[in-house]
Ligand binder design. Sequence first.
Ligand SMILES: [Zn+2]
Length: 445
Amino acid sequence: MRRALIFFILFFVVISRVNALEVVMPADKKTVTTKDYAFIYGKASNADTLTINDKSVYVAPNGAFAHSVKLHDGENRVIIRTLYGGLTLYKYYKTSPQSVELQVEEFEPVKAYVNADNTPLRSTPVDAGLNRISHLFGGTHIMVNGSKGSFYRVYLSKDKEGWIAKKDVTLTDEEFYPAEFINMDSERFKNAMVQSISFSKKIPYTIEDCEKEIIFRVYNPELSEESVYNLSIPKPVKYAYNVALNEGEYTFKVRKLSENIKDITVVIDAGHGGSERGAIGCLGDEEKNINLKIAQKVAEYLEKRDINVIMTRDVDANVSLEDRVNISKENSADIFVSIHLNSIGDIPMDIHKNKGTSVYYYNNNSKILADILQQEVTHYAGTRDSGVQAGSFAVIRPSDYAAVLVEAAYMTNPYDSMLYTNDKWINKAAKGIAEGIIRYIKLNK
Ligand SMILES: [Zn+2]
C-alpha cells in the first residue's frame, strides 16, 4: 500500500514535470513553411535540462528558452527532449517558394491617374523596404511606359523614373496635355520656411532629404520637352517637413523643431493592442501589454516635466496604423515614439545577439532622435545595444515630425524575458525613453 502510494506520488511529480514544458512556438505539431529556420521557444521547468534535436538549449531561471533549427526541403523532425518530461515531436514541411524571373515589358506611353492619396512611388518594383521616392496625391496625372510584375514604370523626366503598384492607378486612353504652370511663392516664418507652386492639374513630385537642404521636385512629364521644377529649403539640425496639395497648389514646408519643452507635443504610441497581440514571449506574455505598460510610464515621466503628451492608446484596444498617424498629424506632433518589443524574423536565433534594444527611423530627420534614444534606453534599461536601424514601418514614415520606433528588448529572448516581466525594468526602460526625448528636445546646436 505504502509502496503504491510512493509510486503514485512519484507518478504525479513526473507528470507535473512533463506539463512544465510549454511550447509557445510552434503552435501546432505540424507546420508547413517556406522559411529556412524553425524558431522554437517557450517555457520549461527551470530545474530541467532541455535538448532540441540533441543540442543542449539554455533555460533561463524563469524557464524561458529559444532555439532555431535549420530546415531542409521536405519533411523535418524537431524533437524537444527534457530530462523529466520525455520527448515531444514537431514536424515541419518546407517548400521552396517558386521564383520566376520577371522581365520589364516596354510599351508606348499611356496616361494614368493615381487612385488615392498617399500612394507610394518607388525606386524599384518591389512592394517593401526603403524604396519610396514620394507619396502621390489621388488624381495625380502620370505617364506609364512599362510594367514588371504587379508594377508600372512611371516616366517622370528623361533622367528620372519610378514604379507604382498597378492596383493603385487607373489607365485611360486620354490624350496627353502638359500642366500649365500658374504661380510660385515663398514665405519665411519664425520657425519655418514655406514654398508653394501651383499648376493647372495634379502632377507627380519627389522629395529628397539632402545633406544641407530638402529638395522638392515637381515633374511635368507630358511636356514634349523636359520640365522639372526644383524647390529647395535649407534644413536646420532638428527639422520636419511635409508637402500638402490644395486646389492645384503644392505647399512645401520645412520647419525647425523648438528647443523649448513647453512648445513641444510628443505622441507616445503603444504598439499593437486589442486583437493585435504583437509578438508572444517565451513565457506566453503578449507584447501589446508590455508596450502599454512602458508607454504609460513614459507619458507619466514626460507629463511631470510639463511636456504635452498624446497617447495613441491608453487601454487595451485596437488602433489602426492609419489612425496612429492621423492622431499625430491632427495634434501637430513634434516627436512621435512608437514602443514595441522585438522578435526575430527568418534568421537563426542567437540568444547572445538577438536581444536588447534597437531604435528604428525611416526619414533622415529622425536619425538624431533614434541615436539619442538608443543611447538612453540601453543606458537606463541595461539592455544590449543592438544598434540604430533604418526601417520602413508605417507609423514612422511621415516626415511631419521626428518619428522613431523603439524595440526595447526581445520578447523571444530568454535573457530579455527576465527583464520585461519585471516592473522595475519597465520603469527603467520608460525612464530611458523619456530622458532621451527630453535630451532631444533640449538639443541645441
Ligand atoms: Zn511590435
